[in-house]
Design a protein. Structure first.
Length: 154
């Protein structure tokens, strides 16, 4: 819940409103909670936006800021894979969390085969590779297994 508090503070505090293009990565919190949280932020904003001090209004719904600006990492979170159509999948970053005890290693591939089975090929390659590459400016064609061969393995 601490990550939700921080993300909410950034959104409702107008940080993304004042800093277009700012990107934040929410780690160690999985991602299955994101669709419901975005709904609740919008619900609260629509009901209580007039409580905000003058000049602190948002020009978009809170969920729009979240969808545009906040990346979330996750590993063994099947709900995140099932809810991919309810979020901006371009902001989901899969990780195996190696070497921590919560890691999916050494069963990462088996877990992905099961959890990502319903994703489109575009969603799969984005979540497993392209999103993090875009976020951090990594040229995947220069990786030991990169470009087309990387897409073929996911």
């Amino acid at each position: 819940r601490a990550n939700q508090d921080i993300m909410g503070t950034l959104v409702f505090g107008g940080v993304f409103e004042r800093n277009p293009g700012l990107r934040v990565v929410c780690v160690e919190a999985d991602a299955g909670w994101v669709p419901h949280y975005m709904y609740r932020m919008d619900h609260a904003y629509k009901r209580h936006r007039y409580w905000l001090p003058p000049g602190q209004e948002l020009s978009k719904l809170p969920s729009e800021y979240f969808s545009e600006s906040i990346y979330t990492t996750f590993q063994d979170d099947w709900v995140a894979f099932k809810m991919v159509d309810h979020v901006n999948h371009k902001r989901l970053l899969w990780a195996n969390d190696f070497p921590h005890s919560d890691s999916t290693w050494p069963w990462s591939q088996e877990l992905l085969d099961e959890h990502a089975a319903d994703l489109t090929s575009e969603q799969s390659i984005d979540i497993l590779c392209n999103n993090v590459a875009e976020l951090y400016g990594i040229d995947t064609s220069e990786l030991p297994i990169g470009g087309d061969s990387l897409a073929a393995t996911s």
